[in-house]
Design a binder for this molecule. Structure first.
Ligand code: SDX
Length: 432
């Protein structure tokens, strides 16, 4: 069958150029325009990359119109219900669900890498107690480069796998250390007999003064939340990790750049912004006023936790979390949580409003996640740290895929220059 192509016609010259079309497993075809500049002397212009595929990937697929999300082909709702974060991490890294022995070996390797160099703890002492935990996470994750930069050959697949295991294993330890620094409490070391998420809860909430009992409901809910955040195609932070990684930099530095990008309130920082917004709204009677603010073009306020660049239907992760909210809060004896009630009322009113319906603005992953985090005793400013922790296997899997992809090269977008035309320098004494 002949190759599918599209033809670009230059109406000013009548010249025509043909470009190959490439098909994927699911989703839109792509027009391969690698030769566009060479053949036409022109660039494409696509701020925000709304119509641009930056890479080919086997890892995750989103159908924004149908509201589906697949990790290596498996639907997110099935993984959230039946899998574990550690198994999903293996799946994202390796492309297949692990067999029993493979999962055990992977869990053992992660367990063996949960500790961080003892001197890394000194970094936290440099932060003021009220430093935002994402500032601490971004800085300390990047500092892992100082411990591994010279021992990692990123061109060696086994070294790349070691990097992946190290960052997945150490993220909870670093995140918990940031939390303990915020609380003014002593750090808690990882415990090898605990599950990945049980270890995280223990490092967050255990204290030297008493035994800490891990609540299985909290452990399951947190593990499910981590699964839901694990990867999401070429979102802003993942694209940042890929672009940074394309220079050949240390993967820990690349992941640190992903943390920095995720922190933004338009991205992973939205979960914190949603809880702050719910607290500002305070009562259902104030909802209409905030809906109007969100619709007002002259008001920068947006309904946090609503809308998405890709989903123009329900975010399947929000659907899973919304259900989990009720179950977890009830099981934790917090049924009837006023903020959950307010969030659901806000969703109901927004989705009955033409502005949101016309623009296909639905609740996204961040709209409900904060309500569960808060129920688990997590402070609002720490929510994005947990988003970063969940997204780590996705980031490092995408980094590994990028490094191994023969088509990938250093990222270097072009531009449309609209500045001053070429002009000569004017010495100071002649400037009027
Ligand atoms: C995440 O990319 C990913 O995959 C991200 C993520 C992941 O897992 O990695 O899913 C995680 O980042 C989820 C999104 C979390 N952010 C928020 O909840 C912040 C609130 N949402 C908006 O900032 C916004 O919806 C974005 C940033 C999420 C999407 O922005 P887009 O694609 O640029 O959408 P847009 O601005 O083009 O919106 C189209 C219209 C505009 O109005 P008009 O110009 O057409 O009149 O919808 C309006 C926007 O003003 N709009 C909103 C709105 N979101 C979009 N109006 C009010 N409230 C909102 N939340």
């Amino acid at each position: 069958m002949s190759e599918k192509t599209v033809t670009l016609t230059d109406n000013s010259t009548g010249g025509q150029v043909e470009f190959p079309v490439r098909e994927g497993t699911h989703g839109p075809d792509v027009i391969d325009i690698k030769a566009l500049y060479q053949q036409t002397g022109r660039f494409t212009y696509d701020p925000g990359f709304t119509s641009t595929a930056s890479c080919r990937s086997d890892i995750t697929f989103i159908d924004g119109d149908k509201g589906t999300l697949l990790y290596r082909g498996y639907p997110i709702d099935q993984l959230a219900e039946q899998s574990s974060f550690l198994e999903v991490s293996y799946l994202l890294l390796n492309g297949e669900l692990p067999r029993q022995g493979e999962l055990e070996a992977f869990a053992e390797s992660i367990t063996r890498h949960t500790m961080v160099n003892e001197s890394l703890k000194n970094f936290f002492n440099g932060f003021h107690y009220n430093a935002h935990p994402m500032a601490m996470l971004t800085g300390v994750v990047g500092s892992l480069s100082a411990f591994y930069h010279d021992t990692i050959d990123i061109n060696d697949p086994d070294n790349r796998t070691l990097c992946a295991h190290r960052i997945i294993a150490k993220m909870p330890t670093i995140a918990a250390a940031a939390f303990k620094h915020m609380m003014g409490e002593p750090f808690v070391y990882p415990q090898n007999h605990l599950s990945y998420t049980g270890n995280l809860l223990n490092m967050l909430f255990a204290r030297p003064t008493e035994d800490f009992e891990i609540n299985p409901v909290a452990e399951k809910a947190l593990d499910q939340l981590l699964i839901l955040h694990a990867d999401h195609e070429q979102n802003a932070s993942t694209s940042t990790v890929r672009l940074a990684g394309s220079t050949g930099t240390n993967p820990f530095a690349a992941i640190s750049s992903g943390c920095a990008a995720l922190w933004g309130p338009a991205h992973g920082g939205a979960n914190e912004a949603v809880l702050n917004m719910l607290e500002e709204i305070g009562d259902v009677k104030n909802v209409p006023k905030f809906i109007e603010k969100a619709k007002d073009k002259d008001d920068p306020f947006r309904l946090m936790g609503f809308g998405h660049r890709v989903y123009k239907n329900h975010d399947p992760r929000a659907t899973v979390i919304r259900k989990a909210c009720h179950d977890v809060l009830a099981e934790l004896g917090m049924g009837g949580d006023p903020q959950l009630e307010l969030a659901m009322k806000l969703e109901e009113i927004a989705l009955a409003d033409d502005y949101f319906v016309e623009r296909k603005l639905y609740p996204n992953v961040d709209f409900y996640s904060g309500i569960i985090y808060r129920a688990l005793g997590i402070p609002t400013e720490f929510f994005t740290v947990l988003f970063a922790l969940g997204r780590t296997p996705g980031w490092i899997a995408q980094w590994m895929e990028m490094v191994a992809d023969p088509e990938q090269r250093i990222g270097r977008p072009r531009q449309l220059y609209t500045g001053a035309a070429k002009r000569d320098y004017v010495p100071l004494h002649r400037r009027t």
